[in-house]
Design a protein around this ligand. Structure first.
Ligand SMILES: *Cc1c(COP(=O)(O)O)cnc(C)c1O
Length: 366
């Protein structure tokens, strides 16, 4: 791996996606058709306000803005590899269960596969009423067949697993190992962008594929210099922390509204091997962080993404973060994904006026 010097491929070549950049670290070969939307190479932005809020000497907090990916979430890193491999294996259809972002990404990469001349259908099962509007609209307009089921994500995933065992269609949930392979490139990028390995990585945990992928990435990047992994579940959807399957998970952070994570063991292992931990954050803590990230850092993300920052703030307050640490919080998805929550949490809901100067000046209240 090239490290943070100016010789890094990340900064010197025109960007053509994570497979092009990290080819030797990924399970691709000359026969793999590369289906890419030039995902990856997302911004790593210093967060001065959150750094200050932590109130621990010598801290630097950075945000990895994964919402800048082509469909607005980190899922694209995994999907480019999963769909490329599906085509290499002559598959003509992909399917997933999704809280929204996996479906948006799968639908887009299937469309891109068709652009490259392959037959590729995309089928999606989502929990009805629990997918943020932006994500649902993406899956539909990219041309997937979207079925809204009257059940939760865990039920959708069981159904999809049964379907792929009986029909010729490729699963592109994070149970698909190629997803994890692609997503580990986020860890490589962070090390190159920082010019070093961070001390702490804070990350939301839902189905637990991403914490698994980041840990794999850091382990491959440097054996003796790895971050402490701290993962955060929503308190109403915290099977790992409570050490039991949650039948009816509930949280405002719909992307992590999962009660029986597929990569449960791997997530526990990442926390343990890295001397880190997995903890919970309440919806109130998530929404507080969501507002801070937008209003005090000028960066957008969706509610689930804010779990990383909420978790960091909680951990800092409990003095579980060492002084002088460099910390990266993964902002997993784009702010535009969930306009309903943004409007609810914003400062101007319901403010209306006649086109009358006096009335408006009164409301502005300078
Ligand atoms: C998928 C997703 C998560 C959860 O990631 P897992 O790999 O399922 O743990 C968190 N945030 C967003 C925005 C997501 O789309």
């Amino acid at each position: 791996m090239t490290s943070g010097s100016s010789g890094s491929a990340l900064f010197t070549k025109p960007w053509k996606g994570i497979i092009d950049c990290y080819r030797t670290y990924l399970p691709v070969n000359d026969n793999t058709p590369i289906i890419t939307l030039h995902e990856g190479n997302t911004p790593l932005v210093f967060a001065p306000h959150i750094t200050k809020l932590c109130n621990i000497p010598g801290l630097s907090v950075y945000l990895k803005v994964e919402g800048a990916n082509p469909t607005g979430s980190f899922k694209d890193r995994g999907m480019t590899v999963a769909v490329s491999k599906a085509i290499e294996e002559k598959s003509k259809a992909i399917i997933c269960a999704s809280t929204g972002n996996t479906s948006a990404s799968a639908a887009a990469y299937a469309a891109r596969a068709r652009a490259n001349g392959y037959k590729m259908d995309c089928f999606v099962l989502v929990p009805k009423g629990y997918v943020a509007l932006g994500k649902l609209s993406q899956a539909m307009i990219y041309g997937a067949k979207v079925i809204q089921i009257k059940g939760n994500f865990d039920e959708a995933l069981s159904l999809v697993k049964e379907i792929v065992s009986k029909y010729p269609v490729t699963l592109v949930n994070s149970l698909n190992p190629f997803r994890i392979e692609g997503q580990k490139t986020g860890a490589f990028e962070i090390c190159e962008q920082l010019g070093k390995v961070p001390d702490v990585l804070a990350i939301p945990v839902g189905n637990a594929g991403n914490i698994t992928a980041y840990w794999k990435g850091f382990c491959e990047y440097a054996k003796n210099d790895r971050p402490i992994m701290i993962g955060f579940e929503a308190s109403g959807a915290a099977p790992i922390v409570q050490n039991k399957i949650i039948e009816k998970p509930e949280t405002v952070a719909t992307a992590i509204r999962i009660g029986n994570p597929a990569s449960w063991k791997q997530a526990v292992n990442a926390a343990k091997e890295s001397n880190g931990f997995i903890d919970t954050v309440t919806d109130e803590e998530i929404l507080n962080a969501y507002k801070i990230i937008h209003q005090e850092e000028g960066i957008a993300c969706e509610p689930a993404s804010a779990a990383s920052v909420a978790g960091l703030l909680k951990s800092a307050k409990a003095k579980k973060i060492s002084p002088e640490s460099t910390i990266v919080c993964i902002l997993t998805g784009n702010g535009l994904k969930d306009p309903d929550t943004a409007i609810n949490q914003g400062k101007s809901e319901g403010l209306e006026a006649n086109p009358d100067l006096k009335e408006i000046i009164t409301i502005l209240d300078f």
